[in-house]
Design a protein around this ligand. Structure first.
Ligand code: G3P
Length: 217
């Protein structure tokens, strides 16, 4: 499973990229707002750090507006994936932009039917939001499994990009189901390294090591 980091914070992107942990980046208008940076400037900087796809989101509501914004965002760098919302207008924009050879990430997906339409429109990525479904007492992970089954049934090549990931557990569950990509905040990716037994084991080893009075260096 590929990892994308869901942020527009340069330090976080650089740290994870240097470690070889990430294969791309996703941003959205809320993350751009949090960064306090100009969208084109920060996106260009991100594209200079990461080789893989960097999602930049349109904000128009009509297809023509999304297409125009998508073309403008795609000028930033070759690795831009234009992000459009899963509305009828977004699907039209997806078809036009993918026909032009651009990567398109269709976002705000909350149902299997929406994911089916995005695949028909040629999306490069479909972004089902796990956490936001869990927030309203629905099962976000079940949606990932449904889309996996449907795409496999028909050989759709659209990549499932599990989004709105809130915990390390979401990452492993998405991987077990076979999501192609998971995008998560840097803190969630780092939290995957944590285990209480690792901490406990390390504490025990260090206590015994002290008793030996030895040094390695
Ligand atoms: O990739 C979409 C993601 O940013 C949404 O996450 O936590 O705001 O639902 P969240």
């Amino acid at each position: 499973m590929k990892f994308f980091v869901d942020t527009a914070e340069i330090d976080q992107i650089r740290e994870l990229n240097d470690l070889g942990m990430i294969d791309g980046v996703t941003t959205n208008p809320s993350l751009i707002m949090k960064s306090g940076r100009d969208i084109k400037e920060v996106t260009k900087e991100i594209c200079g750090i990461v080789d893989g796809p960097v999602s930049a989101e349109t904000v128009a509501l009509d297809a023509e507006g999304m297409i125009a914004e998508g073309r403008e965002l795609a000028k930033i760098a070759d690795n831009i994936a234009v992000k459009v919302p899963l509305t009828w207008a977004g699907l039209k924009a997806c078809k036009t932009l993918t026909d032009e050879g651009r990567m398109v990430n269709v976002t705000l997906c909350f149902s299997a039917n929406q994911a089916l339409l995005a695949a028909k429109a040629g999306a490069t990525f479909i972004s089902p939001f796990i956490g936001r479904l869990d927030d309203i007492n629905l099962d976000g992970m079940e949606l990932i499994a449904d889309i996996r089954q449907i795409y496999d049934n028909y050989g759709f090549e659209t990549q499932i990009l599990a989004a709105s990931i809130r915990s390390a557990n979401h990452m492993s569950e998405a991987a077990k189901i076979g999501a192609d990509v998971a995008t998560a905040p840097a803190a969630v990716i780092k939290a995957m390294a944590n285990h209480v037994l690792t901490d406990k084991g390390l504490e025990g080893f260090l206590k015994d090591w002290e008793k030996t009075g030895q040094k390695i260096l």
